[in-house]
Design a protein around this ligand. Structure first.
Ligand code: GRF
Length: 217
């Protein structure tokens, strides 16, 4: 019996460095998967060109051409489904998704958020961590629900905030960690060892901590 290589669809809005990390992880053999398509809501997202240069098909579903979020989400879901994904990866996708999309991909939709969730959902996460006097920042890969940045965490990576850190310097040190964390979390999902039931996540049948696996590079 042959099992097919798991297929990913990646959604982006901008530079696509996390998307590129998936391309490199697959090329390097650390993630056993194939990318069916990269889809952007922004026609001029820089990541589209990176994907094209890697030979990956790209699509644009321009949100401004749709009357409201639900209509956009329905069109986006149709495009994603056309590529028959096993797992959908939000990689810097900057649109809030409604249940029209989220419920369709429940349990196979991941996002990366640049904070130690449940701290700092939403925007300006690095500055908020600095302003709060936190000693650590980080990133979280989580399953997506219709609660913004509120779905069950799979994995987190932490880093120390330095006294001299700005939001920019913190983001710059965090990003390479995100690039390792995210494909690792996707690989864990694809291994079938994670199980989501009633909003709670189990690994090999054991409940995960509420903040997910504490992942170290
Ligand atoms: C990353 O910081 C990610 O955590 C957040 O958006 C940013 C996307 O960057 N969700 P990129 O487009 O992957 O370079």
């Amino acid at each position: 019996m042959t099992t097919r290589v798991p297929r990913l669809v990646l959604l982006i809005s901008g530079r696509g460095s996390n998307m590129e990390a998936f391309i490199r992880a697959i090329e390097g053999g650390t993630l056993q998967a194939t990318i069916g398509a990269v889809i952007s809501n922004e026609p001029d997202a820089a990541g589209l060109e990176i994907a094209e240069q890697a030979g990956i098909q790209t699509r644009v579903v321009p949100h401004r051409e749709y009357g409201n979020r639900e209509v956009f989400d329905a069109a986006l879901a149709t495009e994603v489904l056309a590529h028959d994904p096993d797992l959908v990866i939000l990689a810097g996708f900057m649109r809030i998704l409604t249940p029209v999309f989220v419920d369709r991909f429940a349990g196979k939709l991941l996002n990366i958020h640049p904070s130690l969730l449940p701290k700092y959902p939403g925007l300006h996460t690095h500055q908020r961590a600095i302003d709060a006097g936190d000693s650590e920042a980080g990133a979280t890969v989580h399953y997506v629900t219709s609660e913004l940045d509120g779905g069950p965490p799979v994995m987190q990576v932490r880093l120390t905030i330095r006294p001299e850190d700005s939001a920019e310097s913190l983001a710059a040190r965090l990003l390479p960690l995100e690039h390792q964390l995210y494909p690792a979390a996707a690989a864990l999902h694809l291994s079938g060892r994670l199980h989501l039931s009633n909003g709670l996540l189990e690994l090999d049948g054991e409940p995960l901590p509420a903040t997910g696996i504490d992942w170290r590079p």
